[in-house]
Design a protein around this ligand. Structure first.
Ligand code: AN7
Length: 353
């Protein structure tokens, strides 16, 4: 299985810091669909063309796999035997899976009681050592940095530059499909690694002549966890979008650079707006994402109401993680199941037939 498009490293080898000695640890990540959101586009009006990059269809059901294939391959190349991360859930799931594939040990630190059920299940079943701290993500990340800076353990959070390198391939895929960059790139912002990676990817594609113009980067944080928007560390971040419940993002400055260089914005959306977009994506488009992913679309809806987009603009929204990661939330936000007698008449009556 060494097809040229097997996994993001093979597919974009020329853009990535790998060589013939790098042992490639891959689960065939990437190549996720860019879906034209016809119903959502009509709903928004103004002739907008919204496309959704469904990153929930990666091997561990989030965008983290693009970066993890690079981080784990490079860790192996360097002879590391243990990788470690702090996580709001998806990084831990991805790290655990790629460590299993690469035969490395994996330790993950998560905020106790604050990660979605599916993500916890993944980290456990892939065989990571899962440590839940009595603290939040930002505290977990500080502890992981202290340990990985002083012991022979490789950091695989997005402060590891190979993570960003791998994640930039998402931008390449979008441009390869569209034949150009979109005019607007909408993305949720948590630890701010992904907005940094996409911006890097677009800039590299422009530099080598694959695209002529760059998109405006529009990032969205949850209102209760919006340090970049408010310009201060949030000590006790709060949001139902647990993936982006982060008060002190590691790539803060680089996210601001992406915003400013591209002429975009980083703004906040409330939990109510996130949940509205979450349900809209499922009902209108048949796409199930986790709440944090819906922040990008909540942001598009909000900015459209402010008449921010010119008529006919193309917008790509990154749907970072699959809805099945957080089944509790889906059930909570839905109407109750109707229990009926096992009788045809009863069912027909309820169907109104
Ligand atoms: C679904 O897993 O930080 O701005 O530890 O899981 O690059 O952090 C997850 C982040 C968006 C934000 N959507 O991306 C982690 C973690 C989903 C996510 C983000 C995350 P960044």
């Amino acid at each position: 299985m060494n097809r040229e498009d097997y996994g993001v490293i093979n597919k974009y080898r020329g853009f990535l810091p790998v060589n013939e000695n790098t042992p490639i640890v891959t689960l065939n990540e990437g190549n996720t669909p860019l879906i034209f959101a016809s119903n959502l586009s009509s709903y928004l009006g103004n002739d907008l063309k919204v496309c959704l990059k469904y990153e929930g269809l990666n091997p561990t059901a989030s965008f983290k796999d693009r970066g993890m294939t690079m981080a784990v391959s490079k860790a192996k190349e360097e002879g590391s035997q243990v990788i470690m991360c702090a996580s709001t859930g998806n990084t831990s799931a991805s790290a655990a899976a790629y460590a299993a594939k690469g035969k490395l040990k994996c330790v993950v630190l998560i905020p106790q009681g604050a990660i979605a059920l599916g993500k916890l299940a993944q980290a456990l079943i892939y065989g990571a050592l899962v440590l839940a701290i009595k603290g939040n993500f930002d505290e977990a990340l500080s502890l992981v940095l202290e340990i990985t800076n002083n012991y022979p353990v490789t950091l695989v959070n997005s402060l590891n530059p190979f993570r960003i390198e791998g994640q930039k391939t998402g931008a390449f895929e979008i441009c390869d499909v569209l034949g150009e960059a979109p005019e607007y790139h909408a993305i949720p912002v948590g630890n701010a690694g992904n907005i940094t990676a996409y911006w890097m990817g677009y800039k590299e594609y422009k530099k080598c002549g694959k695209i002529d113009a760059l998109p405006k980067m529009i990032g969205f944080q949850a209102a209760g966890a919006a340090p970049i928007v408010e310009g201060r560390i949030i000590e006790d971040p709060k949001t139902i979008a647990t993936a982006i419940k982060i008060g002190n993002p590691a790539s803060w400055k680089r996210a601001e650079a992406a915003r400013d260089e591209s002429g975009g914005v980083i703004e906040k959306v409330t939990d109510e707006e996130i949940l509205e977009a979450y349900k809209l994506l499922a009902n209108l488009e048949g796409i199930f994402v986790e709440p944090a992913s819906a922040a990008s679309i909540a942001g598009v809806i909000k900015k459209n109401k402010e008449s921010y987009f010119p008529k006919g603009a193309t917008i790509v929204g990154i749907l970072t993680g699959h809805g099945l990661k957080d089944p509790d939330r889906a059930i909570k936000e839905s109407k109750e199941v109707t229990t009926v007698l096992a009788k045809k008449e009863e069912i027909l009556r309820i169907m109104g037939l």
